[in-house]
Design a protein around this ligand. Sequence first.
Ligand code: XUL
Ligand code: CO
Length: 441
Amino acid sequence: MKKSPSDHFRGISPIAFEGRSSSNPLAFRHYNPDEVIEGKTMSAHMRFSIAYWHSFRGTGGDPFGPGTIQRPWEKGSDPVSVAKNRLDAGFEFFQKIRAPFWCFHDRDIAPEGKSLAETNKHLDKVVAHAKALQKATGVKLLWGTANLFSNPRYMCGAATNPDAQVFAYAAAQVKKAMDVTLELGGENYVFWGGREGYETLLNTDLKREQEHLAAFLHMAVDYAKQIGFKGQFLIEPKPKEPTKHQYDFDVASGIAFLRTFGLEKHFKFNIETNHATLAGHTFQHEIETAAAAGMLGSIDANTGDLLLGWDTDQFNTDVRELTLAMLSILKAGGLGSGGFNFDAKLRRPSIDPEDLFHAHIGGMDAYALSFKIARRIIADGKLDRFVADRYSSFDSGFGRDIERKKVGFRELDALVQKLGEPKPRSGKQEYLENLLARYLH
Ligand code: XUL
Ligand code: CO
C-alpha cells in the first residue's frame, strides 16, 4: 500500500484483516482485501467506495440542532485551502480503511464562488489536488455527480425547473461536473434528481417537466460523446425526499422513463437500499428489477431504520438482507464498472474520528460476509434447482411453446379441455426460509 500524504487520523493504522476470531474492533473479520477468490482479490470483487459528502462534509446537524462531528483538519487560510486539507484527510481515510474508490458531488469538494466562473475556478484547483492524491495513493474515482439540490436556485427543480434559465444553469453545472469526472478518471457518472419532482400538481406541468428531464439527459449523452467520456451513466431512483414526489420513483418507473424517451441504451441504475425501502420495495426487489432489464449498475450501500419513514442513511450490518442482495447481484453477473458506495452517515452522537472507522468496518465486513455466503448458496445450487424446477413445466411441451410464442388462446383452450384441472403445488416458502437460515448461521 502506498503511504498516505497526511496524518490526520493519528493513532489509527491501516485496518488489517484479522479473521473471525479477532476481538479487535479496529480490524476486519471478513473483508480481506488481498484474499484472492477466482483469480480476483476481494478488493476487486467488492469495489468499496467512500461517499465524500457524508464522511467528510456531513456535520451531524439535523433540523433540531447544529453539527456535532469533530473534524480537526477543517482549517486553512481560505475556503479552497480548507477544501484541500479536508481532501488530504479524506484520502488518508480511504487508504486506512482499504477502500479502492471514492465518490463526490462537485459542491462537496470545492466551495461555491460568487459566479459560476469563480466556482469553476475553485473546483479546478481542488480537482488538481484530488488528481495528485489519487496518483499518490492509488485510490480511484467510482463516480462523480453534480449537486443540483442544495443551492436555493434549484428549489423548484434543476432540469425540471419551470424557469428555462435554471435549466440552463443546471446544464452548465453538469457540463463542468462531467469534465472533472473525466479529468479524475471516474468510471461512472450519477444522476440523482432530489428536486426533479413536485411539491404540488397545482403549479406543475408534469408532462412538460418529464420531457425537459429527458432533454437534459440527452444533452448529457451528447456531451459525453463530445468530450470522450466513456464511463457509465447511472440514474439513482428515490421516490421522495426532499420533493414530495420524485420522477425517478423506483427502478421500474426509471426503466419506463428511459425507454419512453429513447435513453435506455445509455443508462443503468445506481440502487440505494434506503431508497428502495422508501419506495415500498426490498433492496433485492430493486436489484432484480434492474438486472432483469440488463440495467444493474452500482449500489449505494446503506439502510434505513425500521421505525422511521425517512432516509436515515445508516450503515448496513444486516447479513440476511445483504446476502439476498448479493445473490441477485452475483447471478446478474456482478456490477461491472459499479461498486458498493457507502452512502451512509454516522449518527449525530458518533463524534469521534474513530467512529468513521467502526462504521465502515461494520459495513464492509457485512458485505464481504454476505458475498461469501451468497457464493456458497450458488455453488450448492439447492435454491437455484428449486426455482428451476418450479418453472420446469415451461421447459418442454406446450409450456415451451408458450415461451416460444408458438401457441395462442385457441390451442391452449383445446389443451385445457383435454387436460382438465392443473395439480396444485406448494410454494414452500417456509422450507426455503429455513434453507436460507442454514447458510446464514
Ligand atoms: C440522496 C442520495 C444522494 C445521491 C447522490 O438520498 O442518495 O447522495 O447518492 O446525489
Ligand atoms: Co445515494
